[in-house]
Write a protein that binds this ligand. Structure first.
Ligand SMILES: C[S@@+](CC[C@H](N)C(=O)[O-])C[C@H]1O[C@@H](n2cnc3c(N)ncnc32)[C@H](O)[C@@H]1O
Length: 179
């Protein structure tokens, strides 16, 4: 059996201070606000104006946060440095049009490109919501893709609320397997 070097150590690594963080889907800005406490520089993306407005308001006091109205697929137009921490909170903006949601096609191209730009100690946190059709497809794609990541480059994890009601959210973690 491969040792995991301690469950607490893994969890703690995802909360350590970092230099550069990306919130791929900033929505109402809750994750961006949390990242602003951990990182020296935060880039937050969303494709919807109401999400951008809500996030800008939430992080108005932080000069080190850059809120960008664009798809995370285009992150390379804005982020040139290695990324230490990436958060994807998938799905649709709560209280908004449920048709405007993340998709397997965007996730596939965005995540692959971001993994290539992860710093040597880089990590990715992904929350998927299998309770709606697009979320179900994303979760399925994540299970298949992350279980096949090259173990000499990445370690991937999957956590879900086993006794949670109504297709609870699922958490996926990826960390660079630094040598
Ligand atoms: C569940 S919400 C995010 C919640 C948010 N992280 C928070 O803390 O409030 C998902 C968001 O992803 C956005 N989204 C969908 N496709 C996207 C894409 N390709 N690039 C960036 N954002 C996208 C939606 O507009 C929506 O606001």
């Amino acid at each position: 059996m491969t040792p995991l070097h301690g469950a607490l150590a893994i969890s703690k690594r995802f909360l350590e201070p970092v230099s550069v963080a990306v919130d791929a889907t900033c929505g109402n800005g809750h994750d961006t606000f949390s990242l602003a406490q951990l990182a020296d520089r935060v880039y937050a993306f969303d494709i919807q104006e109401p999400a951008i407005a809500a996030t800008r308001e939430k992080v108005a006091d932080f000069e080190h946060v850059c809120v960008i109205r664009d798809s995370f697929v285009s992150f390379r137009d804005y982020v040139s440095e290695p990324i230490d921490l990436i958060v994807f909170n998938l799905g649709y903006l709560p209280g908004s049009d449920k048709q405007v949601t993340t998709s397997v096609s965007d996730l596939s191209s965005g995540l692959q490109a971001m993994l290539a730009q992860l710093s040597p100690s880089g990590r990715v946190v992904i929350v998927a919501y299998p309770g709606h059709p697009a979320g179900q497809a994303e979760s399925q794609w994540l299970k298949e893709t992350l279980s096949r990541l090259d173990p000499s480059s990445f370690r991937s994890f999957h956590l879900y609320h086993m006794n949670g009601p109504n297709d609870p959210a699922e958490l996926y973690l990826i960390e660079r397997n630094a040598r």
